[in-house]
Design a protein around this ligand. Sequence first.
Ligand code: NAP
Length: 251
Amino acid sequence: MTGRIAIVTGASSGIGEGIATAFGAEGATVVLGGRRPAELDRVAAAVTAAGGKALALPGDVRQEADILKLFETVKNTFGRLDVLVNNAGITAHKPIDEMSLEYWNDVLAVNLTAPFLATREAVKMMKAQKPQGGRIITMGSVSQKTPRPDSLAYTATKHALHGLTHQVTRDGRAYGVVASIIHAGSTLSGFTRQTVGAVAKAGPGPTPQQYVMAASDVARIAVLMATLPDEVNLFEATILPNQMPSFIDRG
Ligand SMILES: NC(=O)c1ccc[n+]([C@@H]2O[C@H](COP(=O)([O-])OP(=O)(O)OC[C@H]3O[C@@H](n4cnc5c(N)ncnc54)[C@H](OP(=O)(O)O)[C@@H]3O)[C@@H](O)[C@H]2O)c1
């Protein structure tokens, strides 16, 4: 990925941090999104140590103005964008009958509207640049296959992101934009700490079913998606701990 410019949203922790660092190890210049400047600086140092270049651009993906500023800065600084990773996301668990419209809208703002806005801005830039085109990789979830209990808003966004990816793949053919989605299972992150308890490290858990992947495991898929020949698309990848209770087995 030497010479390639990549944006990773939600790069301040978890899977986004893993993808940014892995892209750095491949020689990419990685633009890091997220709200916590100190964490972004920490990840920027890791990207540089891995062999890449990093630019931390703090912002809130719920604000269209912040997303526009991110892309404007990338355009003015590097003149092009090769890879967008729509990774920023929040977890959300609430019974349907207790879910307010405000709660629903909050989840959609981060998990769906922000990827739409970032994808729109990426497509504009990728369509106009020479050479034309680029990659848009979006973080889905195994919830797109089998939902966790009480996760209506979250599950709905991950299904919608699958649709977004499909549509962008179809429309992007006209201008070399290639879209892919990663459906991940349990991975160590700020997220996992909320959904599966106080998980401190990746690897085996108290039972075989509680194995937690490292962000670097998921990042390998993002690197593969980003580095295949331009004409080739790994459209969808599902990566999960083999023993994880999931759509693989209803038992
Ligand atoms: N971990 C899993 O088991 C798992 C499984 C399937 C899918 N996923 C998906 O993986 C993605 C990353 O989650 P993660 O597990 O790595 O959790 P995480 O460690 O909590 O990371 C979430 C990232 O999103 C960013 N973010 C959240 N709200 C934001 C906002 N309003 N503006 C800008 N950035 C925002 C956070 O940055 P700031 O807090 O600095 O803003 C953080 O960098 C999500 O899309 C999630 O749905 C995770």
